[in-house]
Design a protein. Structure first.
Length: 199
C-alpha cells in the first residue's frame, strides 16, 4: 500500500519524466479530451432543482480509470478552470465562479478528487467487481462534497440536503456507475491506461 507521501509524489511528478506511458503530446491530448467529454456530459441534462441530472460523473469516473490518478485529476481540474474562466462548460451552458460557489459547486469541486481516487484504486487490482467498488468510492466522494456545499450555501437543512443532493441521484448514478465500469472492463483488456503503456 502506498503512503500518502508517495501518492502525492506520483501525482506531482512532471509528465515529461513519465517514461512508462505515452509522450507529452499524447497525454495532453487525453487530458483535454476527457475535459471536453465532461463538458459534453454537462449538456446531457435532465432539469431538476436545485441540482440537475447530468452525464458528467460518467466521464469523471472514466477519466480516473483510463488516465490514472494524476492525469485523470488534471483533466477535471482543467475542466473546472475552463468553466471558472468563462467557458460555457457547466450544466445549462453556465460558466463562472458563481456556479462553482453555488448549490451544485460541491459536486464540481469533487471531480478532480474523485478522478484521483478512481485512478489510484483501479490500478491496485483488476476485475469488474473491484472496478465497480473503485468507481463507487469516486461517486461517494462527489455526493459528499456536493451535499455539504448544497446545505451550506443553499438549503441550510441537512435532512433536505441529503434528500435533494444525495438520495435523489441514486438511480441515475447507479446506471452511470454500471456503464462506466463495464466500458472500462471491456477496453482495459487491451488498454488499461490512455495513452497505452509502452511494452
Amino acid at each position: 500500500m502506498q503512503t500518502p507521501e508517495k501518492l502525492l509524489q506520483a501525482w506531482a511528478m512532471p509528465i515529461v519524466s513519465d517514461s512508462t506511458r505515452g509522450g507529452v503530446a499524447a497525454q495532453a491530448f487525453w487530458i483535454v479530451f476527457f475535459s471536453v467529454l465532461t463538458a459534453v456530459g454537462a449538456r446531457v441534462e435532465i432539469p431538476q432543482e436545485p441540482v440537475p441530472y447530468t452525464l458528467q460523473t460518467f466521464f469523471v469516473l472514466l477519466a480516473g480509470a483510463f488516465l490514472g490518478m494524476r492525469n485523470g485529476s488534471l483533466s477535471q481540474f482543467a475542466y473546472l478552470v475552463a468553466g471558472a474562466a468563462g467557458a460555457p462548460v457547466f450544466a445549462g451552458g453556465d460558466a463562472g465562479l458563481a456556479r462553482l460557489l453555488g448549490p451544485s459547486g460541491g459536486y464540481l469541486f469533487a471531480f478532480p478528487v474523485a478522478a484521483f481516487l478512481v485512478g489510484w484504486l483501479v490500478q491496485q487490482r483488476r476485475g469488474l467487481v473491484w472496478t465497480l467498488l473503485s468507481m463507487a468510492v469516486g461517486l461517494l466522494v462527489i455526493f459528499v462534497f456536493g451535499t455539504v456545499q448544497l446545505n451550506v450555501v443553499y438549503l441550510h437543512d441537512w435532512r433536505a440536503a441529503i434528500q435533494s443532493g444525495f438520495l435523489i441521484f441514486s438511480w441515475w448514478d447507479l446506471l452511470k456507475l454500471g456503464a462506466a465500469a463495464m466500458i472500462y472492463g471491456q477496453f482495459a483488456r487491451r488498454w488499461s491506461t490512455l495513452p497505452p503503456e509502452k511494452r
